[in-house]
Design a protein. Structure first.
Length: 246
């Protein structure tokens, strides 16, 4: 579902917060649009599990940079590694080579991952009286994952609303944004402090490399996630410099 103002009944949100750039921007955006915000993260045996270590300091920095940081409530972590491991390895969950498979999808694709995330998140939201699930799914600058598409999110929203017998909004504020626009959104939400928090404290690299700090953040500068992040940062900086020169 694209960026939208939440309906009147949706005043509290649960953000799917991985510790990456996109989910960090979603958290900042949710703080600006919902009265009460909680976060959920998942351990699923991800190769870049360093992102889990990034979550707490990044979460605190986003709250500090946001004018609405006092809206941030509890954080929750779920371990779903046994289920996903039993379904088979991917380059996201093991040291396999990152390639494009015969299906045309990257070998980092974990079948059903986002569908599982949303199902678990919806169950927690039901218990916590949270009305919206906020996620960083995007079909503009992305790796082609079918569970990141707007049509998939619309279908999941319908299924979860029916299955829980209660309206649940799936809010994907980045769905129509490229990575440069995602950086610009972060800047609007918290200025230079928000940009610096996300640049330095978030983690996107599939290989889990935090030994090299580039202009766009930490990463191997080689995997698909780094390529997307780097390209978006360069476009963002170029547009900012052009505007400053006018």
């Amino acid at each position: 579902m694209p960026h939208q103002n939440p309906p009147p009944h949706a005043t509290a949100a649960l953000v799917l917060f991985s510790g990456g750039q996109d989910s960090a921007t979603c958290l900042a955006d949710a703080l600006a649009r919902y009265q009460r915000v909680e976060t959920i993260g998942f351990f699923y045996g991800q190769r870049h599990e360093i992102e889990i270590d990034c979550r707490a300091p990044l979460r605190s920095a986003i709250a500090a940079a946001s004018p609405f940081g006092d809206r941030l409530g509890a954080d929750h972590m779920l371990n779903i590694e046994p289920a996903l491991t039993a379904l088979g390895a991917t380059a996201m969950t093991s040291a396999m080579e990152i390639t494009v498979t015969e299906s045309g999808l990257p070998s980092t694709f974990v079948p059903g991952r986002n569908l599982l995330f949303l199902t678990y998140a919806a169950a927690l939201a039901y218990r916590r009286d949270l009305h919206a699930l906020v996620g960083g799914m995007c079909e503009t600058d992305y790796s082609g994952y079918p569970d990141c598409r707007a049509t998939t999110m619309a279908a999941m929203q319908s299924a979860l609303t029916l299955g829980l017998d209660r309206p649940i909004l799936i809010d994907t504020p980045l769905m129509g944004l490229d990575k440069a626009a995602t950086w610009r959104l972060a800047e609007r939400l918290g200025g230079p402090a928000m940009i610096e928090a996300i640049r330095v404290l978030s983690h996107s690299c599939y290989r889990g490399d935090r030994s090299h700090l580039h202009g766009w953040g930490y990463g191997c500068d080689d995997c698909p996630a780094c390529a997307l992040r780097k390209s978006g940062w360069m476009r963002y900086r170029n547009s900012s410099n052009a505007e400053a020169g006018q």
